[in-house]
Design a protein around this ligand. Sequence first.
Ligand code: ADP
Ligand code: MG
Length: 305
Amino acid sequence: MKPVLLIALGGNALIRSGEEGTVQEQFANLRNPAVQMARLARDWRLVITHGNGPQVGNLLLQQECCAKAPKLPLELLVAQTQGQIGYMIESTLDEELTRLGEHRHLVSLISYIVVEKDDPAFADPTKPIGPVLSEEEAKSAPYPVRRTPKGPRRVVASPRPVTVVEREEIRILLENDFIVVCCGGGGIPVIRRGRAFQGVDAIIDKDLASARLAEEIGIDLLLIATDVEGASLSFGAPEEKLLRTVRVEEVERYLKEGHFAPGSMGPKVEAAVQFVRSGGKRALITSVDAIEAAVAGEAGTEVVP
Ligand code: ADP
Ligand code: MG
Protein backbone atom coordinates (compact mmCIF):
# COMPACT_ATOMS: atom_id res chain seq x y z
CA MET A 1 0.00 0.00 0.00
CA LYS A 2 1.23 3.47 -0.84
CA PRO A 3 1.73 5.86 2.12
CA VAL A 4 -0.93 8.51 2.80
CA LEU A 5 -0.24 12.21 2.26
CA LEU A 6 -2.63 14.83 3.66
CA ILE A 7 -2.42 18.19 1.86
CA ALA A 8 -4.13 21.18 3.50
CA LEU A 9 -4.63 23.85 0.82
CA GLY A 10 -4.64 27.46 2.01
CA GLY A 11 -6.91 30.17 0.64
CA ASN A 12 -4.33 31.31 -1.91
CA ALA A 13 -4.57 27.98 -3.77
CA LEU A 14 -7.81 29.51 -5.11
CA ILE A 15 -7.56 33.29 -4.67
CA ARG A 16 -4.21 35.11 -4.68
CA SER A 17 -3.77 38.42 -2.91
CA GLY A 18 -4.85 41.38 -5.01
CA GLU A 19 -7.25 39.29 -7.09
CA GLU A 20 -10.98 39.83 -7.28
CA GLY A 21 -11.58 36.10 -6.82
CA THR A 22 -13.57 35.39 -9.96
CA VAL A 23 -14.39 31.78 -10.79
CA GLN A 24 -11.93 31.94 -13.72
CA GLU A 25 -9.15 33.10 -11.40
CA GLN A 26 -9.92 30.34 -8.91
CA PHE A 27 -9.82 27.59 -11.54
CA ALA A 28 -6.60 29.03 -13.01
CA ASN A 29 -4.91 29.19 -9.60
CA LEU A 30 -5.85 25.61 -8.79
CA ARG A 31 -4.00 24.33 -11.85
CA ASN A 32 -0.59 24.60 -10.20
CA PRO A 33 -1.35 22.59 -7.03
CA ALA A 34 -3.45 20.15 -9.09
CA VAL A 35 -0.55 19.37 -11.45
CA GLN A 36 1.69 18.69 -8.46
CA MET A 37 -0.92 16.61 -6.62
CA ALA A 38 -1.59 14.52 -9.75
CA ARG A 39 2.11 13.65 -9.99
CA LEU A 40 2.27 12.91 -6.24
CA ALA A 41 -0.73 10.58 -6.59
CA ARG A 42 1.60 8.10 -8.34
CA ASP A 43 3.46 7.44 -5.08
CA TRP A 44 0.96 8.53 -2.41
CA ARG A 45 -2.65 8.04 -1.46
CA LEU A 46 -4.06 11.56 -1.14
CA VAL A 47 -6.42 13.30 1.23
CA ILE A 48 -6.99 16.99 0.58
CA THR A 49 -8.44 19.59 2.95
CA HIS A 50 -8.91 23.27 2.17
CA GLY A 51 -9.77 26.72 3.53
CA ASN A 52 -12.90 28.70 2.59
CA GLY A 53 -12.44 32.22 4.07
CA PRO A 54 -12.98 34.38 0.96
CA GLN A 55 -15.70 32.06 -0.38
CA VAL A 56 -17.74 32.22 2.84
CA GLY A 57 -17.09 35.96 2.89
CA ASN A 58 -18.66 36.27 -0.57
CA LEU A 59 -21.68 34.16 0.40
CA LEU A 60 -22.23 36.40 3.43
CA LEU A 61 -21.95 39.46 1.22
CA GLN A 62 -24.55 38.00 -1.17
CA GLN A 63 -26.90 37.43 1.77
CA GLU A 64 -26.43 41.01 2.96
CA CYS A 65 -27.22 42.28 -0.53
CA CYS A 66 -30.48 40.38 -0.92
CA ALA A 67 -33.11 40.89 1.76
CA LYS A 68 -35.71 38.78 -0.09
CA ALA A 69 -34.20 35.30 0.32
CA PRO A 70 -34.07 33.88 3.85
CA LYS A 71 -30.65 34.15 5.49
CA LEU A 72 -28.65 30.96 5.99
CA PRO A 73 -26.69 30.18 9.15
CA LEU A 74 -22.92 29.82 8.97
CA GLU A 75 -22.98 26.03 9.17
CA LEU A 76 -24.92 25.92 5.87
CA LEU A 77 -22.53 28.37 4.25
CA VAL A 78 -19.62 26.12 5.27
CA ALA A 79 -21.50 23.16 3.74
CA GLN A 80 -22.02 25.16 0.53
CA THR A 81 -18.32 25.98 0.24
CA GLN A 82 -17.36 22.34 0.82
CA GLY A 83 -19.50 21.60 -2.23
CA GLN A 84 -18.28 24.40 -4.45
CA ILE A 85 -14.57 24.16 -3.59
CA GLY A 86 -14.67 20.35 -3.54
CA TYR A 87 -16.06 20.44 -7.04
CA MET A 88 -13.35 22.84 -8.23
CA ILE A 89 -10.48 20.84 -6.70
CA GLU A 90 -11.88 17.51 -7.80
CA SER A 91 -12.56 18.47 -11.40
CA THR A 92 -9.19 20.22 -11.86
CA LEU A 93 -7.28 17.35 -10.28
CA ASP A 94 -9.22 14.80 -12.32
CA GLU A 95 -8.16 16.58 -15.52
CA GLU A 96 -4.51 16.51 -14.50
CA LEU A 97 -4.66 12.84 -13.52
CA THR A 98 -6.22 12.01 -16.87
CA ARG A 99 -3.47 13.97 -18.63
CA LEU A 100 -0.91 11.76 -16.85
CA GLY A 101 -2.84 8.61 -17.71
CA GLU A 102 -3.46 7.96 -13.99
CA HIS A 103 -6.87 6.58 -13.18
CA ARG A 104 -8.17 7.39 -9.69
CA HIS A 105 -11.56 7.60 -8.03
CA LEU A 106 -12.15 11.01 -6.48
CA VAL A 107 -14.74 12.04 -3.93
CA SER A 108 -15.58 15.30 -2.14
CA LEU A 109 -17.16 14.67 1.20
CA ILE A 110 -19.44 16.90 3.21
CA SER A 111 -17.74 16.61 6.59
CA TYR A 112 -18.77 17.55 10.12
CA ILE A 113 -16.41 18.07 13.01
CA VAL A 114 -17.58 17.78 16.59
CA VAL A 115 -16.73 20.64 18.95
CA GLU A 116 -17.45 20.95 22.70
CA LYS A 117 -20.53 23.03 23.48
CA ASP A 118 -18.65 24.57 26.43
CA ASP A 119 -15.47 25.30 24.48
CA PRO A 120 -14.21 28.64 25.92
CA ALA A 121 -14.11 30.04 22.36
CA PHE A 122 -17.93 30.40 22.40
CA ALA A 123 -17.70 32.96 25.21
CA ASP A 124 -15.06 34.97 23.35
CA PRO A 125 -15.55 34.99 19.55
CA THR A 126 -12.36 36.19 17.79
CA LYS A 127 -12.43 34.93 14.19
CA PRO A 128 -13.38 37.75 11.77
CA ILE A 129 -15.61 36.70 8.85
CA GLY A 130 -17.49 38.43 6.05
CA PRO A 131 -17.27 42.01 4.82
CA VAL A 132 -15.91 45.06 6.65
CA LEU A 133 -18.93 46.87 8.17
CA SER A 134 -19.76 50.57 8.25
CA GLU A 135 -19.99 52.18 11.72
CA GLU A 136 -23.81 52.19 11.32
CA GLU A 137 -23.93 48.50 10.45
CA ALA A 138 -21.53 47.64 13.26
CA LYS A 139 -23.81 49.36 15.81
CA SER A 140 -27.00 47.59 14.76
CA ALA A 141 -25.50 44.19 13.87
CA PRO A 142 -27.39 41.21 15.33
CA TYR A 143 -24.08 39.39 15.92
CA PRO A 144 -20.80 40.10 17.77
CA VAL A 145 -18.54 42.62 16.01
CA ARG A 146 -14.89 43.49 16.59
CA ARG A 147 -12.52 46.11 15.33
CA THR A 148 -9.90 44.67 12.97
CA PRO A 149 -7.08 46.54 11.18
CA LYS A 150 -9.42 46.74 8.12
CA GLY A 151 -12.41 48.03 10.12
CA PRO A 152 -15.28 46.53 12.15
CA ARG A 153 -16.18 42.95 11.17
CA ARG A 154 -18.43 40.18 12.38
CA VAL A 155 -16.59 37.70 14.61
CA VAL A 156 -17.44 34.10 15.38
CA ALA A 157 -16.08 31.53 17.79
CA SER A 158 -13.24 29.27 16.66
CA PRO A 159 -13.59 26.17 18.87
CA ARG A 160 -11.08 23.28 18.92
CA PRO A 161 -11.88 20.31 16.70
CA VAL A 162 -12.66 17.21 18.79
CA THR A 163 -13.42 14.52 16.23
CA VAL A 164 -14.18 14.19 12.52
CA VAL A 165 -17.58 12.50 12.23
CA GLU A 166 -16.76 10.81 8.88
CA ARG A 167 -13.29 9.56 9.90
CA GLU A 168 -14.22 5.91 9.27
CA GLU A 169 -15.68 6.65 5.83
CA ILE A 170 -12.53 8.62 4.94
CA ARG A 171 -10.27 5.78 6.10
CA ILE A 172 -12.16 3.21 4.05
CA LEU A 173 -12.09 5.41 0.94
CA LEU A 174 -8.32 5.90 1.33
CA GLU A 175 -7.79 2.19 1.82
CA ASN A 176 -9.38 1.77 -1.61
CA ASP A 177 -7.06 4.41 -3.10
CA PHE A 178 -9.80 7.02 -3.53
CA ILE A 179 -8.54 10.62 -3.49
CA VAL A 180 -10.66 12.28 -0.80
CA VAL A 181 -11.40 16.00 -0.50
CA CYS A 182 -12.82 16.61 2.97
CA CYS A 183 -12.98 18.84 6.07
CA GLY A 184 -13.26 21.90 3.81
CA GLY A 185 -13.25 25.22 5.68
CA GLY A 186 -12.29 23.32 8.84
CA GLY A 187 -15.44 21.17 8.64
CA ILE A 188 -19.05 21.95 9.52
CA PRO A 189 -18.93 22.58 13.29
CA VAL A 190 -21.46 20.48 15.21
CA ILE A 191 -22.16 19.67 18.83
CA ARG A 192 -23.54 16.35 20.01
CA ARG A 193 -27.13 16.12 21.21
CA GLY A 194 -27.38 12.54 22.41
CA ARG A 195 -26.90 10.49 19.25
CA ALA A 196 -27.67 13.42 16.97
CA PHE A 197 -25.62 16.41 15.87
CA GLN A 198 -26.53 20.05 15.76
CA GLY A 199 -24.72 22.66 13.67
CA VAL A 200 -23.33 25.72 15.49
CA ASP A 201 -22.35 29.23 14.43
CA ALA A 202 -18.57 28.88 14.45
CA ILE A 203 -15.53 28.39 12.21
CA ILE A 204 -12.98 25.69 13.01
CA ASP A 205 -9.42 26.48 11.97
CA LYS A 206 -8.72 24.32 8.90
CA ASP A 207 -5.11 23.56 9.92
CA LEU A 208 -6.15 22.30 13.37
CA ALA A 209 -8.98 20.32 11.76
CA SER A 210 -6.44 18.76 9.36
CA ALA A 211 -4.14 17.77 12.24
CA ARG A 212 -7.08 16.18 14.06
CA LEU A 213 -8.07 14.27 10.91
CA ALA A 214 -4.46 13.19 10.39
CA GLU A 215 -4.30 11.72 13.89
CA GLU A 216 -7.68 10.02 13.57
CA ILE A 217 -7.16 8.28 10.24
CA GLY A 218 -3.42 7.66 10.64
CA ILE A 219 -1.45 9.26 7.81
CA ASP A 220 2.25 9.26 6.89
CA LEU A 221 2.88 12.87 5.91
CA LEU A 222 1.08 16.14 6.72
CA LEU A 223 1.67 19.02 4.31
CA ILE A 224 0.23 22.50 4.84
CA ALA A 225 0.38 24.61 1.66
CA THR A 226 0.14 28.39 2.02
CA ASP A 227 1.37 31.67 0.47
CA VAL A 228 4.83 31.88 2.11
CA GLU A 229 7.87 29.60 1.82
CA GLY A 230 7.41 28.27 5.34
CA ALA A 231 7.43 29.31 8.98
CA SER A 232 9.93 32.07 9.81
CA LEU A 233 11.41 33.41 13.00
CA SER A 234 11.02 37.18 13.51
CA PHE A 235 8.57 37.27 10.57
CA GLY A 236 8.56 40.66 8.84
CA ALA A 237 11.64 41.93 10.72
CA PRO A 238 15.04 42.52 9.05
CA GLU A 239 16.46 39.47 10.90
CA GLU A 240 13.64 37.21 9.59
CA LYS A 241 14.84 33.64 9.18
CA LEU A 242 13.04 30.80 7.40
CA LEU A 243 13.05 27.57 9.38
CA ARG A 244 13.97 24.52 7.28
CA THR A 245 14.26 21.25 9.19
CA VAL A 246 13.43 21.76 12.83
CA ARG A 247 12.91 19.42 15.78
CA VAL A 248 9.50 19.48 17.41
CA GLU A 249 10.82 20.65 20.83
CA GLU A 250 12.62 23.54 19.21
CA VAL A 251 9.64 24.77 17.20
CA GLU A 252 7.38 24.44 20.25
CA ARG A 253 9.71 26.84 22.05
CA TYR A 254 9.42 29.34 19.17
CA LEU A 255 5.63 28.92 19.28
CA LYS A 256 5.61 29.83 22.98
CA GLU A 257 7.92 32.79 22.28
CA GLY A 258 5.24 34.14 19.89
CA HIS A 259 7.07 33.90 16.54
CA PHE A 260 3.95 32.68 14.68
CA ALA A 261 0.87 34.90 14.47
CA PRO A 262 -2.38 33.52 15.93
CA GLY A 263 -4.99 32.74 13.27
CA SER A 264 -2.44 32.45 10.43
CA MET A 265 1.00 30.79 10.89
CA GLY A 266 0.28 29.91 14.55
CA PRO A 267 -2.28 27.14 13.89
CA LYS A 268 -0.11 25.72 11.07
CA VAL A 269 2.87 25.28 13.39
CA GLU A 270 0.53 23.99 16.10
CA ALA A 271 -0.92 21.45 13.65
CA ALA A 272 2.58 20.29 12.64
CA VAL A 273 3.61 19.96 16.31
CA GLN A 274 0.42 18.07 17.20
CA PHE A 275 0.92 15.66 14.30
CA VAL A 276 4.55 14.89 15.14
CA ARG A 277 3.79 14.68 18.89
CA SER A 278 1.14 12.05 18.14
CA GLY A 279 3.65 9.84 16.33
CA GLY A 280 3.90 11.45 12.86
CA LYS A 281 7.36 11.26 11.25
CA ARG A 282 7.28 14.49 9.28
CA ALA A 283 5.11 17.58 8.87
CA LEU A 284 5.70 20.23 6.20
CA ILE A 285 4.64 23.87 5.89
CA THR A 286 5.39 25.21 2.42
CA SER A 287 4.25 27.42 -0.42
CA VAL A 288 1.49 26.14 -2.70
CA ASP A 289 4.02 26.48 -5.55
CA ALA A 290 6.51 24.14 -3.82
CA ILE A 291 4.34 21.21 -2.73
CA GLU A 292 6.35 18.61 -4.67
CA ALA A 293 9.70 20.20 -3.75
CA ALA A 294 8.75 20.11 -0.06
CA VAL A 295 7.77 16.43 -0.23
CA ALA A 296 11.17 15.80 -1.85
CA GLY A 297 12.85 17.62 1.08
CA GLU A 298 13.92 20.60 -1.02
CA ALA A 299 11.62 23.36 0.25
CA GLY A 300 9.55 24.53 3.17
CA THR A 301 9.67 24.06 6.92
CA GLU A 302 9.92 20.45 8.02
CA VAL A 303 9.01 19.51 11.60
CA VAL A 304 10.53 16.22 12.73
CA PRO A 305 10.48 14.27 16.03
P1 ADP B 1 -3.80 30.21 4.63
O1 ADP B 1 -4.93 30.73 3.83
O2 ADP B 1 -2.83 29.42 3.83
O3 ADP B 1 -4.22 29.53 5.90
P2 ADP B 1 -2.89 32.42 6.33
O4 ADP B 1 -2.94 33.83 5.83
O5 ADP B 1 -3.86 31.98 7.34
O6 ADP B 1 -2.93 31.51 5.01
O7 ADP B 1 -1.42 32.12 6.89
C1 ADP B 1 -0.25 32.42 6.13
C2 ADP B 1 0.30 33.79 6.55
O8 ADP B 1 0.89 33.71 7.84
C3 ADP B 1 1.43 34.32 5.71
O9 ADP B 1 0.96 34.96 4.55
C4 ADP B 1 2.13 35.30 6.66
O10 ADP B 1 1.72 36.63 6.40
C5 ADP B 1 1.61 34.92 8.04
N1 ADP B 1 2.64 34.69 9.06
C6 ADP B 1 2.49 35.07 10.36
N2 ADP B 1 3.56 34.72 11.09
C7 ADP B 1 4.42 34.12 10.24
C8 ADP B 1 5.72 33.53 10.42
N3 ADP B 1 6.33 33.51 11.60
N4 ADP B 1 6.32 32.97 9.33
C9 ADP B 1 5.70 32.98 8.13
N5 ADP B 1 4.48 33.52 7.90
C10 ADP B 1 3.84 34.10 8.94
MG1 MG C 1 -5.36 30.42 7.53
